[in-house]
Design a protein around this ligand. Structure first.
Ligand code: GLC
Length: 437
């Protein structure tokens, strides 16, 4: 298919998922506004509709809490009842600083807004509307970042924890298995609930029931402490410094600092965050054993010894040495030469690799976009090209799905991708790649 035709299809999907001010990831499965999805969507929209790109982010920040947190889901409509956990289960009102409207979840997601903002300015060629918007939103993004250091960094390392797998954006990655298994659910610990996802998407491509019970348990724990109390860090059996989320915060801080310089806004505090977090990041997350970055479990006080796509994202934040970047690149080159599309979300050689199930193996286009940028930053242009070509190939051949089969021999007999269809960040990522961004 011609590049132009693919872009038209992508735009149509974004058009259909547009709900008067923001974009849903996909109808039925995810019918509200999601935090980091909106960031990637805005970077697609900016190529042809400046106003929508701005509205997308403004709408997300309309849900910002007084403590600075930007929630992972905004429930702009209370009439939509096909999603679990819905607004009535989250009860964001337990936190006095949560806005009445829109109602929201009580946790957050990977902080992408700093680099999204820099991207919108760059791609629009410093369009005056984007410049005005950037000036207005800048303090809100800074406040969001400050939230991580104030509420999520008990040891003052300028590295923050997450206490729910949904915050990581990689919901059921095998990385979280051990920590989740630590949770013992006794009768009466969690209320009765009904999942909705498995009646919409194939259950074999979704998290298991055991995992879901634990997700609900952690949600209840957060709610008990108004979603920001210090008791969360003290009591949560699941407490992890995610190597990807922390890398994205550093990347976003670096971008914010550049935006601050460009627009003559104060960035002193941000520069201090960068200095300290970068130093601690490099010390804490690199694993010689894995030849990759690894997340850190604050409960067991050790790295989680598993290789996954999130461990490659620090390249995008400039956190690797040249030698570390070489090691990560050679891992991907090997996969490329041995029957895999790039980049599988989890280590294909690990017994827990599952080429079909969500974050346990399949390929996610927006992750590929970041890894490709990371490779470019380290001069690995050939590899970045393969990642981009694989991404376009998958979308062109298997549709605009949520995620894709990583094994070429299995993909051959597949008619389409996995999870939700007509997916927004898949569409916006395709636009970005085809527009050479
Ligand atoms: C799933 C993904 C998460 C994404 C959301 C909406 O929960 O794991 O990363 O933000 O769907 O697309």
């Amino acid at each position: 298919m011609l590049k132009e035709q693919l872009i038209v299809r992508a735009k149509t999907i974004l058009e259909q998922n547009w709900k008067n001010g923001f974009t849903i990831p996909t109808s039925r499965l995810y019918p509200f506004q999601w935090n980091w999805d909106s960031g990637f969507v805005a970077m697609g929209l900016i190529h042809y509709d400046v106003s929508k790109a701005i509205q997308e982010i403004q709408s997300l920040f309309s849900g910002q809490w007084e403590n600075g947190m930007v929630p992972h889901i905004l429930f702009h409509s209370e009439k939509e009842t096909t999603y679990f956990p819905n607004f009535d289960f989250w009860q964001s009102s337990v936190n006095k600083g949560a806005p009445d409207m829109p109602k929201s979840s009580g946790i957050t997601q990977p902080p992408v807004m700093g680099f999204v903002l820099e991207n919108l300015l760059k791609v629009s060629g410093m369009h005056p509307d984007v410049v005005d918007f950037a000036k207005a939103i800048y303090p809100k993004v800074v406040k969001y970042h400050r939230y991580f250091y104030e509420y999520r960094d008990p040891h003052k390392e300028k590295l923050f924890f997450m206490y729910h797998p949904w915050e990581s954006g990689r919901d059921n990655s095998p990385l979280w298995d051990e920590s989740l298994n630590r949770i013992e659910i006794k009768q009466g610990d969690i209320p009765a609930y009904q999942r909705r996802d498995t009646s919409i998407a194939d259950a074999s491509e979704r998290p298991t029931q055991d995992q879901y019970d634990r997700y609900v348990y952690l949600l209840q724990l957060g709610k008990k402490y108004q979603y920001d109390g210090p008791e969360i860090a003290e009591e949560s059996p699941f407490l992890i410094q995610d190597s990807m989320m922390n890398a994205l915060l550093i990347k976003s801080n670096k971008s914010l600092s550049s935006v601050g310089q460009m627009l003559d806004l104060d960035h002193g505090e941000i520069d201090e965050w960068i200095q300290e977090s970068e130093k601690n990041y490099r010390q804490k997350f690199w694993s010689d054993q894995l030849s990759s970055f690894a997340s850190y479990d604050l409960r067991s006080q050790e790295q989680i010894p598993m290789k996954e796509v999130g461990g490659l994202i620090p390249l995008y934040a400039g956190l690797a040495t040249e030698n570390q970047a070489d090691q990560m690149a050679s891992y991907l080159s090997d996969l490329h030469q041995n029957g895999y599309f790039l980049c599988p979300s989890f280590d294909v050689h690990h017994p827990r690799f599952d080429s079909k199930r969500y974050w346990r193996g399949p390929i996610w286009p927006h992750m590929n976009w970041m890894v490709a940028h990371g490779m470019v930053a380290y001069g690995k242009h050939e590899l970045a090209k393969v990642i981009r070509e694989d991404t376009v190939h998958l979308i062109e051949n298997f549709g605009f799905f949520e995620y894709y089969e990583a094994q070429k021999d299995i993909a051959e007999s597949n008619a389409h991708g996995y999870g939700g269809n007509h997916f927004s960040w898949t569409a916006s990522t395709l636009i970005n790649i085809l527009k050479n961004n």
